[in-house]
Design a protein around this ligand. Structure first.
Ligand code: PLP
Length: 390
């Protein structure tokens, strides 16, 4: 039976027979797994690639339940949870690359991914070059080298929201034997990575799956036995671990993800359209609006959106006025992260790094994370803060 996303969210990773009949998997904390005798221990063997309780570091029932759920939801074969969204990026890169390799990364990438590439990866002999996320596959082709092994993608881009042509870029990369990694955090539930040519799908579960701004967690999903082997072995060699408490909360978050996502998508769209009609705003960077770079690609490849988007002020407003607008907001907290139940706002211009000249807009920009408050109240708050600008 081909189940819809909502149904899969409810069912995925649940094995009531292993949970003493309870609806939810247990929260299992632990290091040592006890065996009745040596023969049983030896028979268990070092089955580190399988979801078997051998030692706490290799996973507990709680980890395995979340991993099974995530693999199913993404349409992949295996998932590895990681201690943070950032380590869901660094662990597979470290596991797959070696000294002398080259990596292509979009200029619009999440800032700490760039820091990792320019810092630790460079020190370990891996060279990164950045590319314009809006390049067509043909235009990007000359940037591939014989030693290029990974094409990293993030769609839409962090803060500037460029939507990338993942199927086109994946065809280009695969023709050269290059793996495609995607930070698919924004696209959760709306972008089936493996149907679009991705090899390694990365999620910050901290965002929508957590949904309540109370966990830090990540996951890497693959759809191929060979990919699983290097990913899983690399994660274990690195000592990667995620708290079972956070895994349990993420599993709980998944059960209500569809309704939260639907509500936050609708609220985000309403605010985006409302802002687009305001004279203070030059353009809205929401993939579902034509003013966003790559909107046509979003319309082709995604089945929806979420509550995270940007807005660019008219060029007549100085940075200090945009800061005054943010400070005047009462319902939008000032803070990092997104995907929680509460609305947030951050200035974008001046806070992000771009080395290829991309992501420049006509005025100063901000990023909104739209929460579960009533949209009438959020719009009233935006209106009073914009009205002060004059
Ligand atoms: C697109 C994207 N990827 C990864 C991360 C990292 O997630 P975490 O904060 O769990 O390390 C973030 C966090 O903001 C993000 O926005």
């Amino acid at each position: 039976m081909d189940k819809k996303f909502e149904t899969r969210l409810v069912q995925a990773g649940r094995r009531p027979t292993r949970a003493y009949g309870f609806v939810n998997p247990p929260l299992t904390r632990g290091s040592t797994v006890l065996y009745p005798d040596i023969a049983t221990k030896q028979a268990t063997g070092p089955r580190r690639l399988e979801p078997v309780e051998i030692y706490g570091l290799y996973g507990t029932e709680t980890h395995f339940a979340l991993e099974a759920a995530l693999a199913e939801l993404e349409g992949g074969s295996h998932a590895q949870v990681t201690g943070s969204g950032l380590s869901a990026i660094t662990v597979p890169l470290l596991a797959y690359l070696k000294a002398g390799d080259h990596l292509l990364v979009p200029d619009s990438v999440y800032g700490p991914t760039r820091s990792f590439c320019d810092g630790l990866l460079r020190r370990y002999g891996v060279e990164t070059s950045y590319y314009d996320p809006m390049l067509t596959p043909d235009a990007l082709a000359p940037q591939f080298r014989p030693e290029t092994r990974v094409l990293f993608t993030e769609s839409p881009g962090s803060h500037t929201f460029e939507v990338q042509d993942i199927p086109g870029l994946a065809a280009l990369a695969h023709a050269r034997g290059v793996k495609v990694f995607l930070d698919n955090t924004w696209g959760i539930g709306h972008f089936p990575p493996f149907e679009r040519g991705v090899d390694v799908s990365i999620h910050a579960l901290t965002k929508y799956p957590g949904g309540h701004s109370d966990i830090i967690l990540g996951a890497v999903v693959v759809n191929d036995e060979a990919d699983w082997k290097w990913l899983r072995n690399g994660a274990l060699e690195l000592g990667n671990y995620a708290s079972p408490d956070d895994c349990w909360l993420a599993l709980r978050g998944l059960r209500t993800l569809a309704v939260r996502l639907k509500a936050q998508e609708a609220a985000g769209l309403r605010l985006a359209h409302w802002l687009a009609a305001r004279p203070e705003i030059a353009r809205v960077l929401h993939p579902a609006l034509p003013s966003c770079p790559g909107h046509e690609i979003w319309a082709r490849d995604f089945t929806g959106s979420c509550g995270l988007f940007g807005a660019v002020f008219a060029p007549r407003y100085a940075a200090a006025q945009v800061v005054a607008f943010i400070d005047a907001l009462r319902l939008f907290g000032i803070g990092a992260s997104w995907g929680g139940y509460e609305s947030l706002v951050l200035p974008t211009t001046g806070t992000i790094t771009r080395t290829e000249g991309t992501g420049r807009f006509e005025g100063h920009a901000v990023r909104f994370q739209v929460g579960l408050e009533h949209t009438d109240d959020l719009i009233a708050d935006l209106a009073q803060a914009l009205d002060r600008l004059g």
